[in-house]
Ligand binder design. Sequence first.
Ligand SMILES: Nc1ncnc2c1ncn2[C@@H]1O[C@H](COP(=O)(O)OP(=O)(O)OP(=O)(O)O)[C@@H](O)[C@H]1O
Length: 285
Amino acid sequence: MTDYVIEAKGLSKRFGDFQALNGVDFKVPLGRILGVIGANGAGKTTMLNAVLGLSSYDGELSVLGLDPSKDRDALMQDVCFIADVATLPKWMKVVEVLDYVEAVHPRFNRAKAMDFLSRTKVPLDRKVRALSKGMTVQVHLAVVMSIDAKLLVLDEPTLGLDIIFRKQFYQSLLEEYFDEERTVIITTHQVEEVEHILSDVMFIQDGNIVLESDMDELTQQFIEVMVSPGKEEEAMKLGPIAKGSTFGKSTCVYKNIDRETLAKLGETRRLGLADIFVATMTGEA
Ligand SMILES: Nc1ncnc2c1ncn2[C@@H]1O[C@H](COP(=O)(O)OP(=O)(O)OP(=O)(O)O)[C@@H](O)[C@H]1O
């Protein structure tokens, strides 16, 4: 077994003429919660599908020491995932879904799933077909969170869920599911809701990884300055990575420039993940 849960080298995916993933290299260590952030169509799902052995790819890829393109069955013993299109058999009642998973998956903990569902309004005797969109996702999450897996991949897991459940979900993911023996990968556009649980982050743009960092390090690196009148020229000389304006004052975002230097230009503040993402991708503060 390698030290990394995932190791990718030159990982590529092409759909006809279109290069969806462009020879990316990355490593994901054990015991981390990685957020994969990118605009629509950036290549997040394409990357996760390769990791899960759901699609072919070029390049080298090892997941839990296995080759996902060849060893998918073995891999699925230790990997659990929820795709951005949550699908469950529509003809089954919720309780039958639990019966089914219990019968086929040796590491499924039914009591845990029941506990999870007891915090929702999902009726166990209702057919999946008759559940609301959010309830279907809740059932799906209850199932995957109750399987003892080494790698959990969540592609837009909270799509269609109300804000209260979304908060509860991420809280229980952190407090009840996650431990240092597991690794979780999450993609979501609701960056503000996950940033407090992430240990690492990866930004993807047009099939390339444009940033990879430890969360703590990342938030230390970026500082926004609301530039005081008369300091604009000085501010530009320090090479901001993004510019904008707030209340008629210009704002600049800097990467890796110490706070004391920047404080001479105006009021400074650290940025959240969403702002760092926008500044990095668009050059706008
Ligand atoms: N089966 C396919 N055939 C052709 N092109 C595809 C296919 N699947 C994905 N693509 C293209 O690859 C690119 C990356 O898609 P992907 O689904 O990985 O994006 P994403 O980052 O997950 O986006 P979103 O946030 O919108 O879900 C897109 O341009 C998409 O149209």
